[in-house]
Design a protein around this ligand. Structure first.
Ligand code: NDP
Length: 372
């Protein structure tokens, strides 16, 4: 752990200058009066310098409580480029063979694993063994068993395990959750989650069963699953599911193209969801209650998220999701802050148990009971 004061002091800034440095913790959120942040700073190494790793790194430039200080990569040219772009010292650069040595590096608090899904399990377990907190992208693993092993490993090593559920910090999403919790929609009856896009390059890892763990469900359908849980506030108790595959060359055995699935919840509410790699313009949530509704479109993209309820437009601030997520994760790791919707490993395992059940329902054609 290191404080922002330490960082700034290393930069040679005086106490007076510190007073004048604005607190930008809300820069991506509400327009609060500027104030100095002098709490702990989460020093993060990103593992996997690909598309999403780059988005996270750029968003972290605006963080107040988290800082990118290291990289773990299999591509030396990217490491060089990131070093000069983000001022990362040589001693904080690792590859997949030697990153266990991070245990001897006191300048890194956490590793953010942003590699293909099938690699999350082994990498997170090695991060935990090195005594570092682990942040892992969704899906946290390729099945619930692996997810639970990651939770257990982090518990044993006494480090935190968090999953990159950025929507759990998104203001319009949180407003809908608040409205549901305070009964403004009345009794929830129905949720609809539609998540998908048309996937390109057939050779990419997302279409490789070993690296992806499945197909669209693992990658984008998980938003409908996770969303159905935080929007309704309930855990599903059964699922039925149907798969459609129009291209068996692109979407090989074990790589789902389109799955429709339905949940039942303890209250009697139901959900109807679609996950696909073969349709665009699908990023929509609809929540229906006895007294009102919420509709969000886009509902889980990088933003801006848009939505309305029976009371009108949602006008909460537009944020950079990953900036807010990383600042909040600092609070969770160092101050045990409890987010409105959890982002811990157990939360990730719940989604994986549901994904396991969806795949079983597709395979058997039967209604599958779920216990998360
Ligand atoms: P990319 O393919 O763009 O990047 C993955 C990176 O992982 C590569 O660039 C590479 O980095 C590293 N890597 C290590 N081993 C392999 C391997 N065998 N094959 C391919 N890459 C490898 O993927 P994304 O960044 O889009 O996705 C990474 C993770 O982030 C996934 O789990 C995905 O689900 C998640 N994600 C989450 C999003 C969100 O909004 N929360 C959005 C997008 C993705 P290097 O060269 O440095 O080793």
């Amino acid at each position: 752990m290191n404080s922002r004061r330490d960082f700034l002091q290393k930069l040679g800034l005086s106490a007076l200058a510190l007073q004048l440095v604005p607190y930008s913790g809300w820069a991506a959120g509400t327009d609060k009066t500027e104030q100095v942040y002098d709490g702990p700073v989460l020093r993060v190494a990103i593992m996997g310098l690909g598309g999403y790793g780059t988005i996270v790194a750029e968003a972290m430039r605006k963080c107040t409580k988290a800082k990118l200080v290291g990289v773990i990569s299999g591509t030396p040219s990217k490491v060089k480029a990131w070093q000069s772009k983000y001022g990362i010292p040589e001693k904080n650069c690792y590859n997949y063979e030697n990153f266990d040595n991070i245990k001897n590096n006191p300048d890194i608090d956490a590793v953010y694993v942003i590699t293909p899904n099938g690699l999350h399990h082994d990498f997170v377990i090695r991060v935990a063994a090195a005594g570092k907190h682990a942040i892992c992208e969704k899906p946290m693993a390729v099945n619930a068993k692996e997810g639970q092993e990651m939770v257990d490993a982090c518990k044993k090593a006494d480090v935190k395990l968090l999953v990159g559920y950025r929507m759990h910090f998104e203001p319009k999403t949180l407003e809908v959750i608040r409205m549901r919790q305070t009964g403004e929609f009345g009794k929830i009856r129905f949720f609809q989650g539609q998540c998908g896009f048309t996937i390109g390059d057939p050779t990419q890892w997302r279409l490789n069963k070993k690296l992806a763990g499945g197909g669209s469900m693992m990658d984008i359908g998980i938003y409908a699953i996770n969303g159905s849980r935080y929007m309704t506030g309930e855990e599903p108790i059964w699922v039925t599911a149907q798969e459609t595959k129009t291209d068996t060359v692109k979407f090989k055995e074990g790589v789902d193209e389109t799955i429709q699935f339905q949940f039942g919840f303890p209250s009697g509410a139901v959900a109807s969801c679609l996950s696909t790699y073969n349709m665009n313009n699908l990023d929509r949530f609809f929540l229906d209650g006895e007294k009102g509704f919420a509709e969000m479109q886009p509902s889980t993209g990088y933003g801006p998220i848009k939505g309305r309820t029976h009371l009108g437009e949602l006008n909460q601030p537009v944020t950079t999701h990953q900036t807010v997520q990383m600042d909040e994760m600092c609070e969770i790791i160092f101050n045990n802050k409890k987010p409105v919707v959890p982002v811990n490993g157990e939360e990730g395992v719940k989604d994986l148990k549901i994904i396991d059940a969806i795949y079983l329902a597709v395979k058997t054609g039967k209604k599958v009971e779920i216990s998360v």
